[in-house]
Structure formats: structure tokens, C-alpha cells
Design a protein around this ligand. Structure first.
Ligand SMILES: [Zn+2]
Length: 464
């Protein structure tokens, strides 16, 4: 039992909240402590726990033991070669790099990677998460030349170029055997940030990945509730803190998807009652998704992931079709200067839209896409409010949203992203965040350091 006293709750200061088991049982003033553990909020805000509506648990865990291959740590080829050389490598001698972009050492392939590091097998992931590049030692070790996966890029002679597109699970099976990376550190970091629920957006989770997530949830390594977009259409091993969400579909970032295949995938998910969560980063992929949804119809809960480019003329269509958008303005804070230089000027107003979607009545949820975007929800909220690039330039001033709207982007339930914000009510789940300061102060300068205590299912996790 926990009694939180003197908190600001739903803008009422001096409020006490009693938690028994996993539920809120009483809200009022001057509640008797009895045998409960008392937490004096000292006027700090008590808000519902945050939901990160799109991240990748195992990629986050793997990311923390990988070397950085892009800005801000690495800016050019010599720096990348040095980073690869000094990487300790895993127990099989492999080096795993993440965060590469072409501005570092050009269009990377096996030959280019060999020039940077040939001594050990190396795999480097593009910052988008869509592509891996293997050097020659890694190509040999994985038997890539004989592989039959369509994601294995080949040159005119049929030899692998070293680039592998959207085939993470397939690639993992060809790497030296290892268990999926442990999730305990990720769970602790999420808790520190005030996140009580996550949506794992990894497509087509393999049984081994699913089981590992379920085990980490059951053991408490991941204390959060976990909503899965990559659970198979037919059943999945679940813990009571886990749930199955819309079915993740990836529309290619470049090139045109097969319309019939896309329509078929959407119909198959809808047929078993699963809405779809469609990865759409480019203008073309969103237009194609909308065209196909007009043909096959929508299901309540269908969502667009990222919406990195939402052309103005599609906004009314998104609203009409009842689609919701799960987006990541945190990318602006990390890469906004790159966007300002590299994105076509006509596309800039369409980048990571927020305000125009809300104004049009499109439900909008915020998320990190971590490890590809910054995980910290407070930093993402700050980015949604200010839309400042690392250089301080503002990217899409018209798309800035209020602090209240930014927080609401993290307060809708995992099962209703962009829906009404969860509230602190008697009978509700005790998934809560206690801040050091009242909400108005937090809004003035959102920061993870403001989190004092996270409560998940009634369990207290004080910030370290
Ligand atoms: Zn993602």
C-alpha cells in the first residue's frame, strides 16, 4: 500500500492518492496513512505514466553495446576507421556498428567497409534501421553469397554488395549464435524516464524474440506493460502485462511497394480483427497507403507510423479515413540541421507534422522510435514544442504544439494512441509518475530529471 500526499493531481494541489495493490483506491485530502508507505510529493505533479507508442526493445538493448558510426560521435571516414579499430568486438570477434549515414564516408558497401576495417567481421547499420552493410569477412562468415533472401543486394555479377535491406531477423540467424540481448538495462532506463507502457513496433517478431520479451516482462527486468505490433496474426505467448496491437506493415522507404501484396497484407490483418500499423516515411509510401486503404477499407485503430512526410493534401484524407498518426518529432532535435540541408525545400513543411494533424482532427501520438530516435520522452516533448534543430534553427514553426498537447501525446493508452489522455481516477491502474515540480513548471522546461518516482501496477520505482 502506498499513500502519496500533497501532490498536484489533475491541476488540484494538495491532493492525496491511495494505492492498494495495482489500483488507485482513493483520491482526496488528508487521507489517513494507516499502514501505507507515505510519499510526500511536496507539491510535485502526479501524472499518469507515460506510454512510448513506438520503439524497438531488442534493438535498444543491442544499441547500447554497439559502436557509433555517425554524428555526433563520428563525422568522417578516418574517425569511423578509428572507432571500428578500437571496438572490443563481441565474444565471437564481431564488431557491431550503428547510426551510419552517407555524410560520414559515402555510400557504404563491403569494399568501402573493408577499407575502413578488414581484420574482423563488421556489420554496420544505417541510421534509418532499414539496412545493414557487411564487410568481406562478415560476408564470408554468414555465407551471404549463397543466400536467397530478396533483401541481399547483389551487383551485376551476382556477388553480394554487402548491403542487406530489411532482413534483421534473417541476418540474426546467420550470425554466431547468441541469445537476444538482455533487456534489464532498457527496462530500468524506461522506468527512470517515467515510461510505464511501451509499444514495440518491431515487425514480424520471431518466436525467440517474443519469448525473450515475455520472459523479461515476467521476471520484472522489463516492469513496463508491453504492446506488440509485430506479434504474428495467429497467437503469441503473452504475459498479463503484454498485449497485441495492430499488425505492423512496412512500406519501403524508397521504390514502390507491390500494391497487391500491400492490399493482401492489410486484408489478412483486418480479417482477423487486427488493424494495421503502416510504416510510412516517404511522401510516396503515404500516398500509396491511402490509395490502398481506399480500396480495401479501414479498420478502427489503423495507424500510420512515423508520418515523416505528410503532404498537406493528404491531411483531410487521413482524417476522413479515421487514421491516427504515431510520429517522432525527436528526430528534429537530433537531425534537424541535416533535414534543413538535405530534404527538398518543398517537403520541409511536411516533416513530422504535429499541429496541422491535431487541427484537422487526426489523433496524434508521440513516440521515440528508439534506438533510431532519442528515447527520452521529455526531450521528444521539448522537440514537439520547440522543433529546434541541434543548430537552434526551427524546423516547421507552424507545426509546433503546446506543452499540454505534447504531454498528451504520451498519455493516451497504448491501445488508443492519440485518443483521450489517461487520467488519475479511483479504480484506475496505478501507473503513475511523480514529478519534483508542478506541471506548469515541468512544461516550461521538460526534462527527465524532473521524474522523482515511477509507479507501475502499484510498484514504486524511485528515480536513482
Ligand atoms: Zn520503428
Amino acid at each position: 500500500m502506498t499513500l502519496i500526499v500533497n501532490a498536484e493531481v489533475e491541476s488540484t494541489p494538495g491532493t492525496d492518492v491511495r494505492i492498494v495493490g495495482s489500483r488507485i483506491t482513493e483520491i482526496g485530502r488528508g487521507l489517513a496513512a494507516g499502514t501505507a508507505a507515505v510519499v510526500d510529493a511536496r507539491g510535485g505533479a502526479l501524472i499518469p505514466g507515460l506510454t512510448d507508442h513506438h520503439l524497438h526493445l531488442h534493438a535498444l538493448a543491442a544499441d547500447s553495446v554497439s559502436i557509433r558510426c555517425g554524428p555526433p560521435q563520428v563525422h568522417d571516414g578516418p574517425a569511423l576507421a578509428a572507432a571500428l579499430e578500437s571496438a572490443p568486438g563481441d565474444e565471437h570477434g564481431w564488431v557491431r556498428g550503428v547510426g551510419y549515414i552517407d555524410t560520414v564516408a559515402g555510400d557504404l558497401d563491403a569494399a568501402a567497409l573493408d577499407r575502413l576495417h578488414a581484420r574482423r567481421p563488421v556489420r554496420v547499420q544505417h541510421r534509418s534501421g532499414a539496412m545493414w552493410v557487411l564487410n568481406s569477412a562478415a560476408i564470408a562468415a554468414t555465407g551471404l553469397a549463397a543466400a536467397d533472401h530478396p533483401g541481399v543486394e547483389r551487383d551485376a555479377s551476382g556477388a553480394p554488395t554487402g548491403r542487406i535491406w530489411r532482413a534483421d531477423d534473417w541476418l540474426r540467424e546467420r550470425l554466431p549464435a547468441g541469445r537476444p540481448p538482455a533487456l534489464g538495462a532498457v527496462g530500468a532506463e524506461l522506468t527512470r524516464l517515467g515510461i510505464t507502457t511501451v509499444t514495440d513496433a518491431t515487425p514480424d517478431l520471431r518466436p525467440g524474440s517474443l519469448t525473450a520479451i515475455a520472459e523479461a516482462v515476467a521476471s520484472g527486468e522489463v516492469p513496463q506493460r508491453v504492446h506488440l505490433l509485430g506479434a504474428p496474426l495467429a497467437g503469441a505467448p503473452l504475459h498479463p502485462r503484454m498485449s497485441v496491437g495492430p499488425y505492423k506493415i512496412v512500406l519501403a522507404d524508397s521504390g514502390l511497394p507491390d500494391l497487391d501484396a500491400l492490399a493482401g497484407a492489410i486484408r489478412a490483418a483486418h480479417a482477423v480483427g487486427r488493424p494495421v500499423a503502416a510504416h510510412c516515411v516517404s511522401r510516396e509510401s503515404l500516398l500509396i497507403l491511402l490509395a490502398v486503404l481506399h480500396e480495401v477499407g479501414t479498420l478502427s485503430g489503423d495507424r500510420v507510423e512515423h508520418g515523416a512526410l505528410v503532404p498537406r493534401e493528404t491531411i483531410a484524407d487521413l482524417a476522413r479515413l479515421g487514421l491516427r498518426v504515431v510520429t517522432q518529432p525527436g528526430f528534429l532535435a537530433h537531425r534537424g540541421d541535416y533535414y534543413l540541408r538535405e530534404v527538398e525545400p518543398r517537403d520541409l513543411p511536411d516533416l513530422y507534422r504535429c499541429r496541422s494533424l491535431l487541427d484537422a482532427g487526426v489523433p496524434l501520438a508521440l513516440s521515440s522510435d528508439a534506438p533510431y530516435g532519442p528515447l527520452d520522452p521529455w526531450a521528444v516533448m521539448a522537440a514537439a514544442i520547440a522543433r529546434e534543430a541541434p543548430t537552434g534553427e526551427v524546423v516547421g514553426a507552424d507545426e509546433r504544439i503546446s506543452a499540454a498537447a505534447a504531454l498528451a501525446g504520451y498519455l493516451s493508452p497504448a491501445k488508443d494512441p492519440g485518443g483521450p489522455a489517461r487520467q488519475i481516477v479511483v479504480g484506475g491502474e496505478a501507473d503513475l509518475v511523480l514529478l519534483h515540480v508542478p506541471v506548469a513548471e515541468a512544461w516550461a522546461a521538460p526534462a527527465a530529471e524532473l521524474v522523482r518516482l515511477t509507479v507501475i501496477g502499484g510498484h514504486r520505482y524511485p528515480a536513482p
